[in-house]
Design a protein around this ligand. Sequence first.
Ligand code: SF4
Length: 516
Amino acid sequence: MSYTATWADQKLNANEISKLNEDGLDVFKDLPELVKKPFSEIDKSYYMYFKYAGLTVQKPQDEGYFMMRIKIPGGRVTVKQADHLAWIGRTYGHGVVDLTTRQAVQYHWIPFAELVDIFAGIEAVGLTTVGAEGDITRNIIDNPLSGIDPDELFDTRQTVLDVYRRFQGNYDYSNLPRKFKISISSNRHNSGNAEINDLAFIPATKRIGRHTVKGFNVKVGGGLGMKPMLAQQLNIFVTPDRVADLAEVVCRLFRDYGYRRSRSKARLKFLIKDWGVEQFEDKIRESLPDLQTKGVSKVRGWTNGTALGVHRQLQDGYYYVGVSVPSGRIQADDFQALIDVARKYGKDEIRFDHCQNLMIPWIKEEDLPALEAEPIFERFSIHPHLLADYGTTCTGAEYCNLANAYTKTVFKPLVEELDKRFSFDSPLNITLTGCGNGCAHRSIADIGIEGVHARTADRQHTAGYKLSVGGSLLDGGHFNEQLKGVVSAAQLTDAVGSLLADYRDSHEKGESFYDY
Ligand code: SF4
């Protein structure tokens, strides 16, 4: 990608200057030679290129191990692909597979010297790590139930694949100012979490001539992180066959006009904030002048992209089973056991949702009793707990270089204890992140917990946690509000418990944390 005129007005940050010298996607050309060297000889300035291969150098940073993420558009894999995902966890990842909030999977302890072979194996089953991280289009998320969902306007699987193919490995869009996140869903309960994505397609209908056409309204400029912003609606309606064209125009505007001076202000949301959605839309229409104005939204609620429990599919006689994976971390052998259940009862498919859980679709009604009796379900609930099974956590201090606090090891006992103390009429979402970056969706949780640096009474550094309440993506979205003070790990259960007790005692039936 060459230097564009609009970038010339900006003082470029160090990553931007490096990207002008070598494209991020070229990491795959470098790797066969690189892996012959000791990892200690790799200059740290090269680490950003590993991101384009879905790799983050794991701490301690000089030992040559990576966190590796695999892209899974729409979160759907075949059982053969899932076998390979489990095998990677067993062979390289210390027996562990982590599920992400973008329907992907990731691993830790991936060894530098083995990367070429690992990538060849991933490619051989039709998956990829290309662009799973880096300043590029990230994993495209979909309604986890697309194609089998009684609550969707239409099947979005092909649209997701069209957009994925437009961008995947495309050197025209491999040098963006930062990551670019796309959500596509026609589920009536906003299962694509539209408002926290850079570009989101939400279900809508439009009267065109004598026909009512199904398609999408469009939102732009959302994102979490230190400065969370909700995506704003454009006055645009688009049919499924034009989604990839529109996504390309939005991505091109981001590429050419996005900010490249400070990485903390480089997401599309900052450009939209400065320009306003009207000016951004004018720019889109310069390229696509025939786009319709927005249609009638079909969004009626919000599920946070979760699909837990046993439910009827769109197709008569079939059910899907949403299996809770607490904290989003599963042992590779347990994952394999669930894959084998899918192989035995399902139809060659496993899915991942947006809350770090997995789903087995296409279970015949008559097979449900036998499936539920499978031993793996003694440890993985298909009858979800209302706290433990709806929350999410990020990687945290165990592996993340930016973390202030541990997450997964703190979260699991926390929510399990709270599930013993409380019972509610509907699920509540508790989300724990190790810092303010929001890799799990802390800002839209009923109760968000963020790890911060704190000090003990004798001034020693320790991990603390800040609490926020009332996040939601209902009605266009509302970020939760931070409470005063910091609690220690030892105080966390009682602190969150007192918020839940207050909610239990004060809310009206059906009121969420956001409402009350
Ligand atoms: Fe790391 Fe912070 Fe992201 Fe958690 S939210 S994975 S601690 S950067």
